[in-house]
Design a protein. Sequence first.
Length: 71
Amino acid sequence: MAEDRQKFALKMIVNGKERDVTFEELALSNNLAQEALVRLLIEKKVFDAKELMDMMNKVKQERYRGPEDSK
């Protein structure tokens, strides 16, 4: 049986009222903010989409190594 109770990431106070924020809501909010930031930086020509993809691939290679890569 699936657990009906959601786990909360944090509590916020908005307009004097306490509100629980789920991990799903927090992840969605972070994703939207990140996408907006990336779009703005590309629009303002701070970097272009190819540079972003190249950096994402570099970070992926640095972070996500398999056990065989640690030798």
